[in-house]
Design a protein around this ligand. Structure first.
Ligand SMILES: Nc1ncnc2c1ncn2[C@@H]1O[C@H](COP(=O)(O)OP(=O)(O)OP(=O)(O)O)[C@@H](O)[C@H]1O
Ligand SMILES: [Mg+2]
Length: 331
């Protein structure tokens, strides 16, 4: 939106806190998108301070209620996470990199696309086994877009929808709709499960339907990213509500190699971590990450300097043991 329009909106929203905050967030988002990170950060500071400090509240003109710092109203359901990773930290398939970059580019050109009455992709589904980087990629995606990143715990949201906090849930979605942000629906399979159960439970059906409606209506002003590791439980009615789907798989050997190189970049080693690529095959990068950290810590604990072959072997052994233990308990 043009800056003049935003300022007009801001002035017009005087006295209506939710709206004022939403417009202020739009202005901040616009500055973030333009790359004016420092300005955006200081604007956010002012905005947050004006909402929370007693001094700010007492100096506020009468009749203007305190701003509700998002997402306090539903802190148990939504968390704002400051991204700590960058795109280079994630090992992704070439397809996923292409899709991700395409979405970022499209978002940057959203206004031009919309001016031609064309839709902008804004709803993305991540599918894949546990520990393959879905949550990490969502975080990095928000960082690339320079948008605030809100993580919604879907299972809690569904259960609280049924309870007393239904109003909070609505607030979360209302706010998320008004400001440019990435809303991440983690554990999205909870929705699919709830949908299955909903046939006998009219209240639950109402909840599931309103969630689906929200997904359908979310504006391209932000992104909705949902992640599931139970692809089979996502039926086609849910599937088609997403503009884009990205699949996450267990890493290839080349990707394991790439990950190890990065992980051991600043670590002193007595062994080439690449010799363990085969041992790590068929494991997720979350498992491999855990094993690497264990191996990297081993010399510190033993008051040595370098990671040795034995440290790596011990960590791999624990990784294998862990998986065997789980498999045994499942069968
Ligand atoms: N593709 C990847 N690239 C780099 N690191 C990864 C990748 N996948 C997993 N990891 C490591 O494993 C950790 C956990 O990954 P993440 O939480 O993103 O997995 P997930 O797919 O969301 O799993 P789940 O389905 O259990 O939620 C990451 O924080 C990172 O350290
Ligand atoms: Mg996850």
């Amino acid at each position: 939106m043009a800056r003049g329009e935003l300022i007009k909106k801001l002035l017009a929203s005087h006295g209506r806190d939710d709206e004022f905050r939403a417009v202020a967030e739009l202005i901040i988002g616009e500055e973030e998108r333009k790359g004016n990170v420092a300005l955006a950060r200081s604007l956010r500071k002012v905005l947050d301070a004006s909402a929370s400090t007693p001094a700010a509240q007492s100096s506020r003109p009468r009749g203007l209620a305190p701003l509700i710092p998002f997402p306090d109203a539903a802190a148990e359901l939504v968390e704002r996470i400051e991204p700590t990773h960058v795109l280079g930290d994630v090992v992704l398939s070439a397809d996923n990199v292409r899709v991700l970059k395409g979405l970022v580019e499209e978002f940057r050109r959203a206004e031009d696309i919309q001016r031609k009455a064309l839709p902008v992709r804004s709803r993305v589904l991540f599918c894949g086994p546990p520990g393959t980087g879905k949550t990490l990629t969502a975080e990095v995606f928000a960082a690339e877009l320079k948008l605030p990143f809100f993580v919604v715990k879907l299972d809690r949201l569904i259960s609280s929808f049924l309870g007393e906090t239904a109003g909070n849930v609505r607030k979360v979605f209302e706010f998320a709709r008004k400001q440019p942000c990435v809303v991440f629906l983690d554990e999205f399979d909870a929705l699919a499960r709830a949908r299955d159960d909903a046939s006998e439970h009219s209240e639950l059906r109402r909840v599931v339907n309103s969630l689906l409606l929200f997904i359908e209506r979310i504006k391209p002003n932000g992104f909705l990213v949902a992640a599931t590791n139970l692809e089979d439980s996502i039926d086609s009615a849910i599937f088609r509500r997403f503009d884009e789907v990205m699949w996450f798989d267990l890493p290839t050997k080349a990707q394991i190699g790439q990950f190890l190189k990065r992980k051991f970049r600043n670590v002193q080693v007595d062994v080439d971590p690449a010799t363990f690529i085969d041992a790590f095959a068929e494991y997720s990068l979350a498992d491999i990450e855990r094993a690497c950290l264990q191996a990297i810590k081993a010399p510190i604990i033993a008051r040595r300097v370098k990671v040795e072959a034995g440290d790596m072997q011990g960590a791999v052994k624990d990784m294998v043991r862990r998986r065997r233990g789980r498999a045994r308990r499942k069968s």
